[in-house]
Design a protein around this ligand. Structure first.
Ligand code: SF4
Length: 370
């Protein structure tokens, strides 16, 4: 792949020694010296069939996870990649995801809807995946652009200030998802990803709405993709441990939101239980066990510096210090934010400065991507 740096701030960011060090594998994939994890996963043949119970499948998955991590450690010694189709590590993850779909536990709402039989849970995403658009995105963090971004319709959150409310939730009370978005199979998704890659994308960026309700289709698409391109998970990160385990080894780069520094604010503005506990648990997993190449997005909200921004930064500095943070200033009161006077304005420059000063004090790396 040709290494293109189209934005001057990207060039500056890559000159930062810590960015190069922390995102070395991502950079290697872009330059063709490293191999995307999902391609390595195609070397692993798993043993399973249609009659296996979920318990059997999980046992096999656990064994093959160990094998995958061995292969990952020996990546430099690989001379030829395998291309297992029907029984690869990815196919096994997809098979397990399809079992979970019968009583959906993809996110911590744990609706238990039998989506494989047409039931819908809170997100209202059925068995199939629906996308609103897919294009080369130049508005993501400097080191990520151009990003081959795929926007999924629907979300498991209900943020009253959602900046993407048209695709995440505004349609929910008015139209079925089939009328507002395009249905995609795994194969179609793979074709889209390959096209984005051919057009110069540095990564395939699964976002929405949120990609979480579509894990099974994304896994299916990885079976058809073949380009050595970084796979990137861009999400509210309210995954269950079960669903996170299915993509943990396959994603090269993580772009999680970290919105709230406590459970109460999350409940009030996003209708979510145990937010802080779930997000910190998942961040620790991707930091310690996953690729560890992470940009955390923190949207600074008005009147939420003390209760949210400061505790979030404190947590990051202490528990997930390899993460780079994008301190985002673009909050504006949209959708139903006007129902809450305290967030019905933009953050002030004093609030933003305070958050940045605190990040600096803690030694958090944020400037190259904020
Ligand atoms: S992904 Fe959707 S259906 Fe599944 S648990 Fe989450 S909100 Fe419920």
């Amino acid at each position: 792949m040709v290494f293109r740096l189209l934005r001057p701030d990207a060039e500056r960011a890559w000159k930062h020694p810590e960015i190069l060090r922390r995102f070395s594998r991502y950079r290697g994939i872009i330059e063709g010296t490293r191999i995307a994890r999902y391609l390595l996963a195609k070397s692993i043949k798993c043993s399973f069939n249609e009659t296996n119970s979920l318990e059997d499948l999980l046992l096999e998955f656990k064994t093959k996870t160990k094998k995958f991590r061995d292969i990952l450690r020996k990546e430099g010694e690989i001379s030829e990649l395998g291309n297992e189709k029907e029984h690869s590590y990815i196919a096994l993850a997809e098979r397990i995801a399809n079992e979970y779909l019968k009583s959906c536990n993809f996110c911590e709402r744990r609706c238990g809807a039998n989506r494989s039989e047409g039931e819908k849970g809170f997100c209202l995403v059925p068995k199939d995946a629906f996308i609103s658009s897919a294009f080369l995105h130049y508005g993501e963090e400097s080191v990520l652009v151009p990003s081959g971004t795929i926007f999924f319709q629907g979300c498991n959150f209900a943020c009253c200030f959602c900046q993407n409310y048209d695709i995440s939730q505004a349609w929910k009370k008015r139209y079925p998802i089939e009328e507002v978005a395009q249905k995609v199979s795994g194969n179609t998704l793979a074709n889209l990803a390959e096209k984005l890659c051919n057009n110069g994308a540095l990564n395939i960026n699964y976002v929405g709405g949120d990609p979480i309700p579509n894990i099974h289709v994304i896994l299916n698409s990885l079976r058809y993709q073949s380009k050595n391109i970084c796979q990137l998970w861009n999400s509210n990160f309210y995954l269950t441990e079960e669903s996170l385990s299915l993509i943990l080894d396959l994603m090269d780069f993580w772009l999680p939101d970290f919105k709230y520094g406590n459970n109460d604010c999350a409940k009030k503005y996003s209708g979510i239980e145990n937010y802080y506990d779930v997000i910190t648990r998942n961040l620790k997993i991707i930091h310690d066990v996953g690729s560890g190449e992470i940009i955390i997005r923190h949207l600074v909200m008005p009147n939420h510096v003390e209760c949210c921004s400061i505790p979030i930064l404190d947590y990051i500095a202490k528990e997930v210090p390899k993460c780079v943070v994008n301190i985002m200033a673009q909050y504006r009161p949209v959708y139903h934010a006007f129902n809450h006077t305290e967030i019905n304005r933009r953050p002030t420059s004093e609030e933003l400065q305070k958050v940045k000063q605190h990040a600096k004090l803690l030694g958090i790396l944020f400037e190259p991507v904020s």
